[in-house]
Design a protein around this ligand. Structure first.
Ligand code: SOE
Length: 379
């Protein structure tokens, strides 16, 4: 485990609980936690049960008793660690977004493919059972020809102009570390989900905004220009002919993590809201037989996604009892290990995450130029 922030904790929890819930041939052993601050990483390792600590990630990459490297560090470090880990023959799990830019991400894809090592990027929301159920319904053709996808990720934690940028806690606000703002941090999730459900996004046009132009930098102590996008809105075309509308911001007062999507097809619609993550809303349109009563009772169906036959739910409690955010990471890890055991490697891998990176980059470019931009992602 390289890094020990919020994601280091979320992933460590998944490693610890995986074998409790999922029957697998392999068991996870928490071997080594690594970060530059020796004292803090020791406290982290003791808390989560890692056997030892390192302060130099290169030692982890070289360690013969390490099979899998998990990259939970800020985005500017992903490339160097991932390429070194691939060369050392380690399997790699990397936090999203894969990198800061497409140029940075491409050699990472080459490295894992050349080394033939299993790899996955933690787009954990795919593993919300309700979202996986939406995928099943769409793949079964239950919504028919898709026309519209709209998707939001709204937060409100950076509204204060006094909030600094940079350093261990606020690197997401520092463009040098993060690469971008809400586009890479939040919309990347929505884009990954959208392309998983509805196929490639081929063209985009965007509006980005940085509301607070300068913030003190934690590392330099100076007031510095803010280089990230605080908000991003874009519209897009999908390869299947449907249209998309996306919005993300950290300035939507009152919203902490309002992640939603709705996909409308000729025969039905699906809708999801992370604040009620155990539900999937589904509208199914059927031509009525001419009987008016049938059309009078047609309506949205709210599915409580907690039954044993729902995705992942057979591993948890009894019908009606919910799981939460942390289980999305356990589910993702279960898919990764099952993939290794079956030889059918799971997704999203580095190559899939590169497609999301391409869309993010096209969105950011369009935000600058005001033009439509092709993503380079094709069917
Ligand atoms: C940012 O606040 C953040 O923690 C993202 O980095 C995560 O990817 C997202 O899932 C929740 O919000």
């Amino acid at each position: 485990m390289i890094g020990y922030g919020f994601m280091g904790r979320a992933h460590s929890n998944a490693y610890k609980r995986l074998n409790d819930f999922f029957p697998l041939d392999h068991r996870v052993v928490l071997q080594v936690a690594c970060a530059r601050n020796a004292e803090k990483v020791k406290a982290f390792a003791d808390n989560w049960g890692y056997s030892r600590v390192e302060t130099d990630w290169k030692k982890v990459i070289e360690a013969p008793d390490v099979d899998v490297v998990d990259i939970c560090t800020p985005n500017d470090t992903h490339q160097e660690i991932a390429i070194a880990a691939a060369k050392a023959g380690k399997m790699i799990l990397c936090e999203k977004p894969l990198a800061r830019t497409v140029a940075e991400a491409e050699p990472m894809v080459e490295a894992v493919e050349k080394a033939g090592v299993a790899n996955m990027v933690w787009f954990n929301y795919r593993r919300v059972p309700a979202i996986t159920l939406a995928k099943q319904l769409i793949d079964e053709g239950r919504i028919g020809r898709p026309f519209h996808m709209r998707s939001n990720f709204l937060q409100d934690w950076t509204i204060s102009a006094d909030l600094p940028q940079g350093g261990a806690g606020l690197w997401r606000l520092d463009v040098a570390a993060a690469g971008s703002g809400v586009t890479g941090d939040l919309l990347a999730h929505n884009i990954d989900t959208a392309m998983w459900l509805n196929g490639p996004i081929t063209r985009v046009t965007a509006k980005t905004e940085t509301f607070i132009k300068e913030r003190p930098h934690v590392l330099t102590g100076k007031v510095e220009k803010v280089g990230i996008d605080d908000a991003c809105l874009f519209i897009c075309e999908f390869a299947n002919g449907s249209l998309g509308l996306f919005e993300s911001t950290r300035y939507a007062r009152g919203h902490k993590a309002l992640k939603t999507f709705e996909l409308n097809g000729a025969d039905g619609s699906v809708a999801f809201n992370l604040e009620e993550m155990e539900y999937l809303d589904f509208f199914e349109y059927k031509q009525s037989s001419g009987e008016t009563a049938e059309s009078h009772v047609r309506g949205w169906r709210r599915i409580h996604v907690t039954n044993g036959e729902h995705p992942y739910m057979d591993r948890y409690w009894v019908p009606g009892l919910v799981i939460g955010y942390e289980h999305t990471f356990i589910n993702a890890l279960a898919d990764f290990v099952r993939g290794i055991e079956s030889g059918k490697h799971t997704q999203p891998n580095f190559r899939d995450a590169l497609q999301t990176q391409k869309v993010c980059e096209a969105v950011l470019e369009s935000g600058k130029t005001g033009q439509w931009v092709s993503t380079g992602v094709s069917a």
